[in-house]
Design a protein around this ligand. Structure first.
Ligand SMILES: Nc1ncnc2c1ncn2[C@@H]1O[C@H](COP(=O)(O)OP(=O)(O)OP(=O)(O)O)[C@@H](O)[C@H]1O
Ligand SMILES: [Mg+2]
Length: 254
């Protein structure tokens, strides 16, 4: 099953073509990792899946991003765009909780905006904190400000905030780049626990990370998709010379 069908996607920032015709299916409820050097278009690709690209006035798209049978790039109505973003959550590179808001309120925030009643919100907050593997550490201090948490915990809080909306897809753009190796591994474990339940698209420039957690991996270079395959296959038997070269440089020749 496919969560997103991307067809000949092109993105221009002004005159600059940042994505040059990407065609890629994102498998449902698996972890897709996206790798490639800085500037190859990974974040731009995610921006097309969550429609953040529409917030950049000088950006223009061509092609199709099909989700649940509709080309979401054609959405013009703010209500349609917001509804789409509820189904497709995003966690960014730098943890960005609302720092002076309590831990609890950070997770409840989006649900309150939806007008959900407080009893249901409470259930969802606990569920989301549990899934983000943060509940044990914060249960007795839910009223503390988010800024009292460590960097790794703040990133988990952002994951919980996204999960509270019960998204079908979770986009993660280098979510561990600010974190130490232990916090990184913990986030990876959390992400792996979520598969089977949520579709995950995880951008990373760390190849060992992409290899550890990915089921499916896409390699981008200069705005093009060079190769996409099952993760194991892409790393052990790349079909394209450019993939082979990139993996050798990063992992060392095998
Ligand atoms: N908001 C923007 N305005 C103009 N150009 C942009 C914008 N965002 C990205 N670009 C350009 O588009 C290309 C792709 O950038 P993008 O951020 O998608 O790459 P990336 O693969 O995520 O890189 P990194 O690994 O450094 O995060 C780059 O050449 C970049 O300079
Ligand atoms: Mg990026």
């Amino acid at each position: 099953m496919t969560a997103f069908e991307v067809r000949d996607l092109r993105v221009y920032y002004g005159d600059k073509e940042a994505l040059k015709g990407i065609t890629l299916n994102i498998p449902e409820k698996e972890i897709t990792t996206i790798i490639g050097p800085s500037g190859c278009g990974k974040s731009t690709f995610l921006r097309c899946l969550n429609l953040m690209i529409k917030e950049i006035p000088y950006a223009r798209t061509e092609g199709e991003v099909i989700f649940d049978g509709e080309n979401v790039l054609e959405y013009e109505d703010e209500a349609d765009i917001i509804a789409h973003r509820r189904r497709v959550g995003t966690v960014f590179q730098h943890p960005n909780p609302f720092p002076w808001m309590s831990i609890y309120d950070n997770v409840a925030y989006g649900l309150r905006l939806m007008g959900m009643d407080e009893d249901e919100i409470e259930d969802r907050v606990y569920e989301a904190l549990e899934k983000a593997a943060l509940l044990d550490q914060v249960e007795d201090r839910l009223d503390d400000p988010a800024s009292a948490l460590s960097g790794g915990q703040q990133q988990r809080l952002c994951i919980a905030r996204a999960l509270a909306m019960r998204p079908e897809v979770l986009l993660m753009d280098e979510p561990t780049s600010d974190l130490d190796p232990i916090a990184t591994r913990k986030i990876e474990e959390t992400v792996m626990e979520l598969k089977g339940e949520v579709t995950i698209v995880f951008v990373t420039h760390l190849l060992p990370q992409a290899y550890r957690i990915g089921d499916y991996t896409a390699f981008f270079l200069h705005g093009e998709l060079v190769e996409a395959n099952d993760t194991e296959k892409l790393f052990t038997d790349p079909q394209d010379e450019r993939t082979k070269e990139y993996i050798e440089v990063e992992f060392g020749p095998s």
